[in-house]
Write a protein that binds this ligand. Structure first.
Ligand code: CA
Length: 250
């Protein structure tokens, strides 16, 4: 059994053997689409397990520890957002990447998916090649931590890249991979003003769907997790019309 975050082999673009250890859980009620996704991911070297509803996804995930979830939003019973919430509330799965798959194109749904802890969002119809590329991109994000010799301690915040963990005021904070990457990037460049575009470039390089608005969503989520009073942040400062700056409180 492998951990959802950590010791992966490099993700080769050519060889499928390099990705054979990655298990992807697919939750999709439309059989044709589920088959199309499974087929393409398997051809790219991934292991897959398909579910037509969310019922047993979390319990099975705890047994098999998938590397990534692909969640359709519109499902009978619990929808993709509900399943995402369950996954994020399960400590062992809280940082496993989630990609939403849906016919909905409304900005509100994208934002909702991100707010709930999604890492990416693919709208139907999609090309199977694009889907495989997105899955690879999200998984690649897992192992792109800049190497820091030891945990970064700033004020009452502790950011540990080796274990991808965050502590605020002495308590452990659960973050998604992208949240962690964003916080880490801001903290490494503390004191510097970073525009939304710079942050997009740094943290979401290969994810074309993410808009500057998404950065705001992530920052809001991070504030709720690390700030004592998210409305009066001490660490994550907004520079109106420009971007964000990480400050170390005195
Ligand atoms: Ca569906």
């Amino acid at each position: 059994m492998h951990s959802p975050v950590g010791s992966y082999e490099p993700l080769g673009d050519a060889g499928s053997a390099a990705v054979s250890r990655y298990l992807v859980f697919i939750v999709e009620d439309e059989e044709d689409i589920a088959r199309l996704i499974s087929h393409n991911l398997q051809a790219a070297g991934f292991e897959v397990r398909s579910f037509v509803s969310g019922g047993s996804v979390v319990s099975e995930a705890l047994r098999e520890m998938p590397s990534l979830f692909l969640l359709d939003v519109m499902l009978p019973g619990a929808d993709g957002f509900d399943i995402c919430r369950q996954i994020r509330q399960t400590p062992a799965l809280s940082s496993t990447p989630i990609i939403f798959l849906t016919a909905k194109t409304a900005e509100a749904d994208r934002v909702k998916g991100l707010e709930l802890g999604g890492d990416d969002y693919i709208t139907k119809p999609f090309s199977p090649r694009e889907l495989v590329a997105r899955v690879r991109s999200v998984l690649r994000g897992l192992r792109q931590a800049p190497v820091m010799p030891e945990a970064l301690r700033l004020g009452d915040l502790e950011i540990d890249a080796s274990s991808m963990t965050v502590k605020a005021q002495g308590r452990a904070v659960l973050t998604t991979v992208r949240e962690f990457r964003l916080l880490e990037y801001l903290a490494i460049h503390r004191g510097r003003v970073l525009t939304r575009d710079q942050l997009l470039d740094a943290v979401w390089k290969e994810t074309p769907f993410v808009t500057p608005r998404s950065i705001d969503v992530y920052v809001r989520r991070l504030r709720e997790k690390i700030e004592i009073d998210p409305r009066h942040p001490r660490y994550l400062k907004t520079l109106r019309g420009i971007g964000y700056r990480f400050e170390v409180p005195k």
